[in-house]
Write a protein of this length. Structure first.
Length: 480
């Protein structure tokens, strides 16, 4: 097959330089082995062959496939064409580069100089690749889409983690405009230090998930952020949990916490609010399904020595005293040889203060030390006091062992009438519902009675606003 002409022949040295730059990346950099790196390498090889006088059969088709693969990767990143700067930076931020891994843990000024120099070397190599005019070369081949990249404008961020897309785009624009990528090593490190790396980047919460017999942390795509100051009527109790969380973030040992109270009082919202408020300080959540209670040792391995701080969320604990799960959970929280990692604490929610003693079971009758006078005579006569069970207290102690693992038991009460009315009005204004206060509260009382909301808390107020917001213009009037 004949070559593609003088323009491509003149480009061969540039293509060889790009291939050499990919090959010259340090062993700590995995960009060349990534999907982007492999597709890019394949395209560069095939284009270099097409630059020669005689290209092997099938070279053009292989170049087309590699180009289309890069187009698909760019499309997934929100671009309308192949943008090498964007693709290479995305691959780098998804890589477990030693420099970036350390940048998560400490500020740039504390990184070892050899590590910084390694990063600068890799950035210079990647810049050489990014400056290749692949779109022009692809256009010279004919039939390839070489349209410029178009990045959609991200929506305004409501939560800190939602600003990651915008900040990453700013980072890409800064690299694209720079003539010396090596000088931006500190900028890259600061970005990673704030937002994390790879699957941890921009994820405020995860779900413990088993895959192929192994546990992993699966990012929760749409974390339900919650403003902590929306909780009304439990300020002092919220303050206890907040201070415990701040102890965790300061590197101190923090207590496991049981947050208990009636339904709809804001137990889960408190945890989501803490994660939302302290995300920028490195706080993350891990949702732990009950089926993994016996595998928490594996969770410890996943989070130990990571720079983030984690709340293991045990939501709505409902263990029957006859189940084995409570023993597994009690042992994992405190009682095994391995310490719970310093950057992990468990917050559980429950409708009950006593997690196991749900059936009113208490030691019945007199204790055995108090029955010394009558017990021998009764036993000699073959009689046994009906209410007396010499091991009943021990069994109850075993069942209550899980309760004892939570050093802090914080009661969240339902708000008083004046407090939940303030909640209704506050939620309404935030949702853009501007009906008069008296009419809005009257509509709320009708709605909650109609739908049998006997306990009124933040959840009830929120659900009411969600129900009436689409018909807000029709107020006053009976809500649907």
């Amino acid at each position: 097959m004949s070559g593609a002409g003088p323009k491509l022949e003149a480009a061969r040295p540039r293509l060889q330089e790009c291939l050499a730059a990919l090959a010259g990346l340090s062993p700590a950099c995995g960009v060349a082995a990534s999907r982007v790196g492999r597709s890019l390498h394949a395209l560069l090889v095939e284009l270099a062959l097409l630059c020669g006088k005689e290209a092997p059969p099938g070279t053009r088709q292989r170049a087309l496939r590699a180009w289309q693969e890069l187009q698909l990767l760019s499309l997934g990143a929100g671009a309308g064409g192949v943008d090498l700067v964007s693709l290479l930076l995305d691959a780098l931020l998804a890589d477990d580069h030693l420099f970036l891994r350390q940048a998560q843990r400490c500020p740039f000024g504390q990184l070892h100089s050899d590590l910084v120099e390694m990063a600068r070397h890799d950035l210079r190599q990647l810049q050489r690749v990014a400056q290749a005019d692949l779109a022009g070369l692809a256009a010279a081949l004919g039939g390839l889409n070489s349209s410029p990249a178009r990045v959609s404008s991200p929506a305004p961020a409501e939560w800190p983690w939602q600003g990651l897309t915008r900040e990453r785009q700013f980072l890409k624009e800064r690299f694209a405009a720079s003539g010396d990528w090596a000088s931006l090593a500190e900028v890259l490190a600061a970005h990673v230090h704030t937002h994390g790396l790879g699957g941890f980047a921009g994820a405020p919460a995860f779900r413990l998930h088993g895959v192929g017999g192994q546990l992993r942390l699966e990012p929760i795509a749409d974390f339900a952020g919650f403003p902590l100051d929306w909780l009304e009527g439990n300020e002092e109790r919220v303050g206890v949990v907040r201070q415990n969380t701040l102890n965790l973030l300061a590197g101190h040992r923090a207590h496991h916490v049981l947050i208990w109270g009636p339904r709809g009082c804001g137990k889960s919202s408190l945890i989501r609010g803490l994660i939302s408020q302290y995300y920028l300080q490195g706080l993350r959540g891990i949702e732990i399904p009950s089926r993994h209670y016996g595998e928490l040792d594996e969770l410890y391995v996943l989070v130990r020595d990571r720079p983030e701080f984690f709340i293991g969320v045990l939501d709505n604990i409902a263990l029957n005293r006859r189940e084995a799960d409570f023993r597994l959970l009690a042992s994992a929280l405190d009682g095994r040889l391995a310490l719970v990692p310093r950057n992990l604490v468990f917050y559980a929610t429950s409708n009950f203060k006593d997690l196991i003693d749900r059936e009113g079971e208490r030691p019945a009758g007199l204790g055995r030390l108090q029955m010394d006078g009558d017990l021998p005579n009764l036993l000699n006569q073959g009689k046994r006091p009906a209410p007396y069970d010499p091991q009943q207290a021990e069994r109850l102690d075993e069942q209550r062992a899980l309760d004892d693992r939570f050093a802090l038991k914080v009661f969240m009460d339902l708000p008083r009438k004046s407090e939940y009315e303030r909640l209704v009005l506050a939620y309404a204004r935030r949702a853009g519902v501007h009906a008069p206060e008296a009419e809005l509260l009257a509509a709320f009382n009708v709605w909650r009675l109609r739908h049998n909301h006997d306990l009124v808390g933040g959840r009830t107020a929120r659900d009411f606003i969600l129900a009436i917001a689409p018909q807000a213009a029709a107020l006053p009037g009976a809500p649907p």
